[in-house]
Design a protein around this ligand. Structure first.
Ligand SMILES: Nc1ncnc2c1ncn2[C@@H]1O[C@H](COP(=O)(O)OP(=O)(O)OP(=O)(O)O)[C@@H](O)[C@H]1O
Length: 404
């Protein structure tokens, strides 16, 4: 109201957050030729403004780029600053397809100076992954592969849950496993206990889980790329989704489990098109897409590598991050192979290395538990492994950079 009084311009306030503009309001905004999105000058505010300017149309929106010296509207009012002068710092969101260095200058500057914000949301359950990937960022394509039944879905389920709990709006496309099964796994991971044996607590955890910004595509098995992309598009528009998981590519394409002998040119071309479409989607919608792809053949005791991803080299070229779920035989100690996640490609920062996964069958969890006072219990220990396969065991919160 105070902003309106000073500016004498129509003002819309979003008291519950920048991403809470109800869709029904959008048609009312059609009448305005110019809209200033004043969401603050940090990366979060800028990303929210950029997302909304996509919905409203880049050409008619202005926003405050990160590091612009402007307070929030509330602070400006409190400090008695001239709002109309502040509005002059807003710059046009730009043309959708043409850019000049001056359009991105502040963003380049913030990449260099707001390092903590740029590296993205930190993984709470996988602290060692932060050392490698640095965090989870919008607009990237992550490809995950690993042998059949090695735990890819279980791991990605927990990873996405970890981010969703921190407010990352998430959309799951589970083409291989029915949503009920996936939700059951996720709910157990959320509760960190076996809810079949603690069934009395089901409602308590289900009520909390229901509040998470976690959505699921109602597809199962083969589905056309167009329908999937349309659904993703709709979800990004309506629910401001910033992380989409597709598990897995072969099932979505109706290829099931393929070995080398089944390879043929059409299928490889088709897969390349699908990968390119997801890549394009991640970039243009500024949404992180995690794609699970089976390896081209079972590793037969050998470690997987970037070339093990099924299909042509397209997938590994398009990906920003490649995660390999590796199995390491450890017959002296147990008949169960050890598992670790290897970061085999990392475009953001270039750090490569691996993180050992310890599976807790009750909670279906690989992640570390929240630390109490000191990370001294066995559960809090995550192990790292060097690319040369030397094993290290470190407290998850305290592992140093050199150890990775
Ligand atoms: N380290 C582990 N030890 C024992 N069981 C595990 C481990 N990791 C996962 N599991 C279990 O193995 C089963 C298969 O796991 P999951 O579905 O995550 O594997 P996947 O790699 O996604 O399989 P697929 O290749 O069929 O897609 C699940 O029941 C899961 O609980």
């Amino acid at each position: 109201m105070a902003v309106f009084q000073e500016l004498r311009q129509p003002v819309l306030s979003l008291p519950w957050g920048n991403d809470t503009l109800p869709l029904e309001v959008l048609p009312f905004l059609e009448q305005f030729d110019h809209i200033v999105l004043w969401f603050g000058n940090d990366i979060t505010g800028f990303n929210a403004a950029r997302q909304l300017s996509k919905k409203l149309g880049y050409e008619r929106c202005s926003l405050f780029r990160p590091l612009t010296p402007v307070p929030t509207p509330m602070d400006a009012l409190r400090q008695g600053k001239s709002l109309s002068r502040i509005l002059k710092f807003a710059t046009r969101a730009g043309h959708q397809f043409i850019q000049h260095f001056k359009d991105l200058r502040f963003e380049v500057q913030s990449e260099l100076s707001l390092v903590e914000q740029v590296k993205g949301i930190q993984f709470k359950r996988f602290p060692l992954l932060n050392k490698l990937l640095k965090g989870h960022r919008r607009g990237e394509l992550t490809i995950v592969t690993g042998p059949t039944g090695s735990g890819k879905t279980t791991f990605i389920s927990e990873l996405s849950l970890d981010l969703c709990i921190q407010g990352v709006n998430t959309l799951w496309g589970s083409f291989e496993i029915k949503n009920v099964r996936l939700m059951k796994t996720m709910l157990i991971q959320f509760a960190r206990k076996n809810l079949a044996t603690h069934f009395a607590e089901f409602d308590k955890y289900a009520d909390q889980f229901e509040q998470l910004p976690m959505h699921f595509m109602a597809f199962h098995g083969q589905e056309s790329l167009k329908r999937v992309i349309d659904t993703m598009d709709h979800a990004v528009y309506v629910h401001d989704i910033s992380h989409i998981i597709v598990d897995n590519l072969q099932f979505m394409m109706g290829m099931g489990q393929l070995g080398d002998r089944n390879r043929n040119f059409d299928r490889l071309t088709q897969q390349d098109e699908v990968v390119a479409a997801f890549r394009q989607f991640a970039t243009s919608k500024n949404c992180h897409v995690t794609l699970v792809i089976h390896p081209r053949k079972e590793p037969n005791g050998e470690a997987l590598h970037i070339g093990s991803i099924f299909g042509s080299a397209k997938a590994s070229q398009e990906a920003d991050n490649i995660l390999l779920l590796q199995l390491v035989e450890n017959m002296k100690v147990t008949t169960q192979p050890k598992k670790y996640i290897q970061v085999a490609k990392n475009r953001f920062d270039g750090d490569l290395g691996s993180m050992l996964l310890k599976f807790d069958k009750d909670s279906l969890s690989f992640g570390s538990k929240p630390s109490t006072s000191k990370p001294s219990t066995e559960e809090n220990i995550q192990e790292t492994i060097q690319p040369n396969n030397q094993l290290h065991s470190e407290h998850s919160e305290e592992a140093s950079d050199e150890e990775l």
